[in-house]
Design a protein around this ligand. Structure first.
Ligand SMILES: C[S@@+](CC[C@H](N)C(=O)[O-])C[C@H]1O[C@@H](n2cnc3c(N)ncnc32)[C@H](O)[C@@H]1O
Length: 444
């Protein structure tokens, strides 16, 4: 049973009302996310488990919980991305739960169930989960740490949880808008009245007033949904990276990875790393993972609206996977290489075939965006990736193919040595594994 106080119960009731009036997201049943490669990729257990363990898991039979499932759009992504898994969705809003149920049925999924429930009451479900998706919910909870603990209580020891919080730095102007609307009573009104009042109020401001200049766009005039999800969102909160890590610590959870880890890569922020003053470069490279993420948000705060991450229970015995850059040649040779299942799609096959036949490059970022910068693959590598569509291969087998394709060194015209081929292929495969397009696994 939940331990909510009267004030917390009142806030919860307001949030329930808001999402009963406007279930989120407001996307018609007919609009399917099942062809959206990037979204399916982010909702795939394969992605999260590989980030944690460097192992490739099968979603078959896994238990997945979607906390604050809303109208079920993401529950549908979870079902689509994880064939054979069981999906359980919960939400405080009965209207949302009703829509979520209908959405999954509409797409023929009979492996899903939904419950109207407060996150704090999750242990009442008496189920344990391999994966918990809690997307765009934590920042609405009166006490997010209580929510984190409740989810931790139903997460299996080996499980992984995706949670996110609004970035206090990126969202600050919306938080200011919400505070203003709260203080002048606009948030106490019904949805329609609050939208009308807020639009009238914004129209009365001079254009150079900070809040108007930074947050008011044409879509705020045309879309009620945008206003409700931003300026007029009730209970919205923001954290910085250190605050998020402190909360995980209090809830007894360990950080695994950012969901879009490449969007948090400090190295991507520099035009030329050689130009970074040595002392600063050393301080950045020696910083802990949490500190590096914080440095990133201090430098580039408008880039990521969400602090979106995977976390887990602390391992009984910490067996950290060996970083790819430390793999020996033997480890590489015996590694099993797999093309991530979510990018094994026709479009990629076509693009790779074109790169091979025309000896040009293709951009993997067009298929599944990782950081906004192109991820170019040349004809040789494209040929190897095409072979991976037939199934996993050992690195050694790919190396043999690579040597067949390029038997001579194009600069010296001497036969390509094993060392040359191995060095080039390791660089290419490592780059694609770090970005998450390929998965490289050591034998059990
Ligand atoms: C912004 S929506 C996100 C919906 C969905 N997760 C998505 O990303 O599309 C937030 C959802 O969290 C639900 N919610 C808020 N507080 C909750 C609580 N204490 N327990 C369960 N659900 C809650 C709301 O009803 C709403 O449907």
């Amino acid at each position: 049973m939940s331990t909510t106080t009267a004030a917390a119960a009142e806030t919860l009731e307001k949030i329930r009302q808001q999402f009963n009036e406007a279930p989120y997201p407001n996307i018609p049943l007919e609009q399917s996310p099942l062809e959206k490669t990037s979204d399916l990729y982010n909702h795939s257990l394969v992605t999260a488990y590989y980030r944690k363990t460097q192992k490739i898991v099968s979603p078959e039979g896994k238990m997945i919980l979607d906390v604050g499932c809303g109208s079920g759009y993401k529950s549908l992504m979870l079902a689509g991305a994880n064939p054979g898994a069981r999906i359980v969705g919960i939400d405080i809003s009965d209207t949302s739960v009703d829509l979520a149920r209908k959405r999954l049925v509409h797409y023929g999924f009979d492996n899903a169930e939904f419950h109207v429930m407060n996150v704090e009451d999750l242990p009442d479900l008496t189920m344990q989960f391999d994966y918990i998706n809690c997307d765009e919910v934590l920042y609405l909870l009166t006490d997010p740490i209580v929510g984190l603990k409740a989810m931790g209580a139903v997460l299996k020891d080996t499980g992984i949880m995706r949670v996110n919080f609004h970035s206090a730095l990126q969202r600050r102007f919306y938080h200011q808008a919400q505070q203003f609307a709260e203080r002048v009573g606009i948030l106490n009104e019904s949805k329609e009245t609050s939208i009308t009042l807020f639009r009238e109020f914004m129209a009365s401001l001079r254009p150079n007033v900070t809040l108007k200049a930074r947050t008011w766009t044409a879509s705020c005039e045309s879309s009620d949904d945008i206003l409700m999800a931003n300026h007029l969102l009730r209970g919205d909160k923001g954290w910085t990276i250190p605050q998020f890590f402190e909360a995980m610590d209090k809830a007894g959870l360990d950080f695994v990875s950012m969901v879009q880890w490449e969007r948090w890569n400090l190295l991507n922020l520099f035009a030329d790393l050689e130009e970074v003053p040595l002392g600063v470069a050393m301080a950045m490279s020696e910083a802990s993972p949490a500190e590096q993420l914080h440095l990133y948000e201090l430098l580039n705060s408008t880039f990521n609206r969400l602090l979106d991450l995977w976390c887990c229970h602390p391992a009984a015995e910490a067996v950290e996977p060996v970083a790819l850059e430390d793999w020996t040649a033997t480890q590489w040779h015996q590694a099993r290489i797999v093309l991530h299942p979510q990018i094994q799609i026709e479009q990629l096959q076509e693009n790779l075939t074109e790169a091979v036949t025309t000896m040009t490059v293709t951009d993997l970022n067009q298929i599944c965006p990782k950081s906004g910068t192109p991820v170019l693959v040349n004809g040789m590598l494209a040929s190897c990736l095409l072979t991976l569509f037939k199934g996993p291969m050992t690195f050694s087998a790919i190396l043999a193919q690579w040597q067949q394709i390029q038997p001579i060194n194009l600069l010296t015209l001497a036969p390509t040595t094993l060392e040359e081929a191995e060095g080039s292929l390791i660089t290419e495969v490592q780059r694609l594994v770090e970005l998450g397009y390929l998965l490289a696994e050591q034998p059990a």
